[in-house]
Design a protein around this ligand. Structure first.
Ligand SMILES: [Zn+2]
Length: 72
């Protein structure tokens, strides 16, 4: 079963219709990160974006940190 991840600017307080959507977390992170950096001047670290996704998908980082998306 493919998990669809969706990060939208509105969810994070931007008045913006940008949505990064897909099943591949690293790509979502890349897209959303690049968008917020170029359009909003906010640079989120990959770790922060990963937390956003984990929160969305209800997942928990293994051992608190240092996890990757291999499990998704
Ligand atoms: Zn935006």
């Amino acid at each position: 079963m493919l998990l669809i991840i969706k990060l939208s600017c509105r969810d994070y307080g931007y008045e913006c219709d940008f949505v990064a959507e897909g099943s591949d977390a690293p790509i979502i992170i890349e897209k959303f990160g690049k968008h917020t950096e170029t359009e909003h001047g906010i640079e989120y670290s990959k770790e922060v974006l990963m937390q956003f996704i984990l929160r969305k998908t209800g997942g928990k980082p293994k051992n608190g940190h240092g996890s990757c998306f291999d499990q998704l």
